[in-house]
Each structure stands twice: as structure tokens, then as C-alpha cells.
Ligand binder design. Structure first.
Ligand code: SF4
Length: 508
């Protein structure tokens, strides 16, 4: 599979970028202070096929435990490289860089404080001073990494851009790209090239558009750092798998991406087969017909397509039928100009999970391009009705229509102090029918409120077993016991006049 040219970055016993295969990674959900539990889960992840394992290190105490976690894994003959995940705490990054093979830092909060959405005013000279202060803080970290042979990831999240960046460049594509570029320029100036970069967002079309913009920005400055891809807060189950497959699959199809994480709010081992299936499908597409190109981006937001369970139910219009090979390329060839009707079908003996991922990559790519006026999916392993449900999920993941509430949920990590997967299921059961709402379920109070910005309501974990309920970015109920939290969320939605009963919603 041809990919964008990137420099090879060695991370422990693997290489990311260059000619290396697309690397699959995941993250533990155990408290990093609990060394035994973290070793056990990291070992399970490595055995499942994770090629890198990330662990949260929220403080120096957590970062220092990484030494023992790594030591115990190596004693078990498990050589998987470890990555420390750092937010808000440069001291933890300095500690972790001495123990693990890679450290992820977030440009939104490495130098700048957590965002408060305050507007900051800078003259050009003042902004240059800010960049100089950033350089002064970053360079000693780079030197420490150099001396310990440690790679870094500059990991931007849409939900945690700093007030400084948002004030100067906005909360969109330009802000996210510049947030990464400021750090990359310092790395290059100081000749530190063991760098991987990522930009993630929970909105799939934002994520794909912004990563492409980052690639253009790097190309313009002759930078070739490898890219890590992921959709944040993708959630769980079918929705989580489809969102990741649409976002990551679209970029891989364009030859962008050197390492990926499919984030799911489930046991992290469940992420690995989805990631493998995703990479395999893009490779099979590329083997059938290579497509190293950036997809054509529609001038206007595409219209939602007509979806049907069978071809007979589609309006009479020419239909492109694609049942093998590179279905995206086939649609490109047969309908190069205008949106068309497509019938994408997958083999009868293809396992359901793989077929869903493949369909999400193929249909998702075409939807984001604005090429689809109507669509039928045929996945024999799940039947016509479930295939239609998958198609609806793909259309919603591409941001073209809402068939149910948009429920975003982080995957949880060592900061999560309650049962996130149970909470997510409870919120989905209570609120999925509210398709006009976006509801976030977030594992911790430190990153959760920032990263769920854009959600109408939030369910955010706090101290052990307690939850805060948000309206937008405003906490309305704090420290509610988890058993009462969904009830409080529903009550708040009702008090705001935003509630509809499931039947009313179905009738509408
Ligand atoms: Fe971890 Fe979720 Fe908090 Fe992010 S928002 S740091 S994944 S618990």
C-alpha cells in the first residue's frame, strides 16, 4: 500500500513511518499507580496485537511507575514499546521520558494552561514572545528525550486547544494545524526528528479535513513527520467502530497515516481486531487499485443521501454497483462528475465485523466526498435490515444526517474512576432517541469538560463513583452518585424542555 513519504521514527523495537507497516496501538484503562494491573492489561494488549501501548501519566508519581511497568513486561519477554500520555504536567513528561520509549505531549496544555475560552489579545511582538517562551520550555524536554533515546508524539486534540491558539487562529482547522506546527518548527530548529504528530477530533469530517490540512502545512515547510490517526470520543459498539473506520479509513485510503488507534469505550483489547480489519481492507483496496491521492472535497456540505434496504427501493436513477475490488475507485471511474446512486455489496462469506468495517471505509469515503445521492448496502452476514442500520450509522458518522442522538464518549484511561462502559450504555438506553442532541460521556473531570465542548449535555466522571452533569460547558449538578446520574441527566434535559418521548420521536 503506497503511503505519503515520511521519515522513519524508531520507537523501542519498532519503526513508525518510512517503509514500516501501519502500526496498531491502544491505551490501558488501569490506574498507572497500580503496577500489577497495568502490566496485566498491557500484556493482554500486546498479546492481542497492539504494537504500542500507551498509559496515562497524570503526575510525576504515575510517570515514575512506568519504569516498573516496563521492567515487569520485559521480564515476561514482552517488548512492546510503552508511551506515556501527558496533559497539563510537564514535570510528568520529564519523568516519563526517562523510562518509556515515547512520550505524547498535548500542545494545548504543555506550555499553556487549560483553556477557559477567554479571548486573549496579542500584538505580533507579544505573540513572538509567547513562542520564545514555548521554545525555552520545550527544548530541555527534547534534549532529555534525545539523551534517553525517547521519541515523542505531538498530539493535538480539537477539544483542548489553548486560549492562546484559539484567540489567534480560532477554534477550527487553522487553530489545530498551527498548534501542531508551532511545536514541529521547534523540533526541527533543534534537529530533533524522532517525532510523530497527530490531530484528533470527535467529529469525523473535522478530523479528516484537519489532518489533510496538517499534511499540506507540513509539505509546504518540507516536513515529513509520520502521522498517528484516530477519532476521539468515538464511543462503543457499532457507532464507535463505524466512526473510527470512516475517519481513519478515509485518510489511509489517501495514503495518509503511519500508526492508528481505534478508540472504543470498551475493553481496550476489543480495539485491536477492528484496527487490523480496517488496515487490511484499505490494503486490499490498494492492492486492487491504488489510490494515492487526496479525495475531492465538495465545495458545499453534501446533502444526506437517500438510503434503502434494496436496490428496488431506490428512485430510478443510474446505479453504480460495486461488489468486489476497490469499490471506491470503481465509483470514481463510473461516476466521475456528479453524485450518484451506489450499491455496495460484500461477499456472503465475509465475517460481519469485517464487512461492517469495509462498508464504513468505502461508503464513508464516498459520502465525505459528496459522491453519493442514494445508497444501498448489502452485507449478507447481517441481512438487509441490519445493513440499512449500518448505512444509517455511516451517514451519521460522516455528519450528513442524524438518526439518533450523537453520543460521544471517551475510551477511558487510568484517570477514569467509575465504570465508563456501563455508564455509556445507560446514557444510550435513556437518550438515544433524542436525535437533536449531542451528549458526551467522559471519564474524567480533568480532560472531559474541555474535550466534550460542542456537546449539548455532558456526563463527566469525578471522584470515585461520582459524576457531574453538564449543560454545555456549565456544570449543573456536581458529584452526583453514579447510580443517580442518568436520572439527573434526563431531569436536566426535561427541565430545559429538550426531552421528547421515544414514541413521539419515532412519529416525528
Ligand atoms: Fe482519559 Fe477520558 Fe479523561 Fe481523556 S477524557 S484523560 S480518555 S478519562
Amino acid at each position: 500500500m503506497k503511503r505519503r513519504d515520511t521519515v522513519a521514527v524508531r520507537v523501542g523495537n519498532i519503526v513508525i513511518g518510512g517503509d514500516a507497516p501501519v502500526r496498531i496501538q491502544s491505551m490501558t484503562t488501569t490506574p498507572t499507580l497500580d503496577v500489577d494491573a497495568s502490566v496485566e492489561q498491557a500484556a493482554r494488549l500486546a498479546n492481542a496485537g497492539a504494537e504500542l501501548v500507551r498509559l496515562t501519566a497524570q503526575g510525576v508519581a504515575h510517570a515514575s511507575k512506568l519504569e516498573f511497568i516496563k521492567e515487569q513486561l520485559r521480564c515476561k519477554d514482552i517488548g512492546v514499546p510503552l508511551v506515556a500520555d501527558i496533559h497539563f504536567n510537564p514535570a510528568a513528561a520529564f519523568e516519563a521520558a526517562q523510562h518509556v520509549e515515547k512520550v505524547r505531549i498535548n500542545p494545548g496544555n504543555f506550555f499553556d494552561p487549560g483553556r477557559t475560552f477567554r479571548k486573549m489579545e496579542f500584538t505580533d511582538e507579544e505573540y513572538s514572545d509567547e513562542l520564545k517562551r514555548l521554545e525555552d520550555k520545550l527544548v530541555p524536554f527534547l534534549e532529555l528525550c534525545r539523551s534517553h533515546d525517547t521519541a515523542i508524539r505531538i498530539g493535538v486534540n480539537h477539544g483542548s486547544l489553548s486560549d492562546r491558539i484559539m484567540s489567534r487562529y480560532g477554534d477550527g482547522e487553522a487553530g489545530m494545524v498551527e498548534s501542531a506546527m508551532e511545536f514541529l518548527r521547534i523540533c526541527r530548529k533543534h534537529d530533533f526528528d524522532r517525532v510523530v504528530v497527530s490531530i484528533k477530533a470527535s467529529d469525523v469530517s473535522t478530523m479528516t479535513a484537519t489532518v489533510r490540512a496538517l499534511v499540506r502545512a507540513m509539505d509546504a515547510e518540507n516536513m515529513h513527520y509520520p502521522l498517528h490517526l484516530g477519532v476521539t470520543e468515538a464511543g462503543n459498539a457499532l457507532e464507535g467502530r463505524i466512526k473510527s473506520a470512516v475517519g481513519i479509513g478515509t485518510l489511509l485510503t489517501d495514503g495518509i497515516g503511519d500508526t492508528i488507534r481505534v478508540s472504543l469505550s470498551e475493553d481496550p483489547c476489543a480495539e485491536i481486531p477492528v484496527a487490523r480489519s480496517l488496515v487490511r481492507h484499505v490494503q486490499e483496496n490498494a492492492a486492487a487499485e491504488d489510490m494515492l491521492q487526496h479525495m475531492s472535497v465538495p465545495a458545499r456540505r453534501p446533502k444526506p443521501p437517500i438510503l434503502a434496504a434494496s436496490v428496488e427501493d431506490l428512485p430510478p436513477m443510474p446505479i453504480v454497483c460495486a461488489d468486489s475490488g476497490n469499490r471506491i475507485a470503481l465509483v470514481h471511474r463510473q461516476a466521475p462528475q456528479h453524485p450518484c446512486a451506489v450499491h455496495l455489496s460484500y461477499p456472503a462469506d465475509m465475517p460481519a465485523d469485517d464487512a461492517v468495517v469495509a462498508a464504513a471505509v468505502d461508503l464513508g469515503y464516498l459520502l465525505l466526498e459528496g459522491r453519493v445521492a442514494a445508497a444501498v448496502l448489502t452485507i449478507p452476514a447481517i441481512g438487509a435490515d441490519s445493513s440499512l442500520e449500518v448505512a444509517r450509522n455511516i451517514v451519521q458518522a460522516a455528519g450528513l444526517a442524524r438518526f439518533k442522538a450523537e453520543i460521544v464518549a471517551c475510551p477511558g484511561c487510568g484517570r477514569t474512576l467509575f465504570d465508563l462502559s456501563v455508564a455509556l450504555e445507560n446514557v444510550k438506553n435513556a437518550c438515544s432517541h433524542l436525535r437533536h442532541l449531542k451528549i458526551a460521556v467522559m471519564g474524567c473531570i480533568v480532560n472531559g469538560p474541555g474535550e466534550m465542548a460542542g456537546a449539548d449535555y455532558g456526563y463527566v466522571g469525578g471522584a470515585t463513583g461520582s459524576v457531574s452533569i453538564y449543560r454545555g460547558i456549565e456544570p449543573v449538578y456536581r458529584n452526583v452518585p453514579q447510580q443517580q446520574a442518568v436520572h439527573k441527566l434526563v431531569q436536566l434535559i426535561k427541565d430545559d424542555g429538550e426531552w421528547t418521548d421515544p414514541q413521539q420521536n419515532a412519529d416525528a
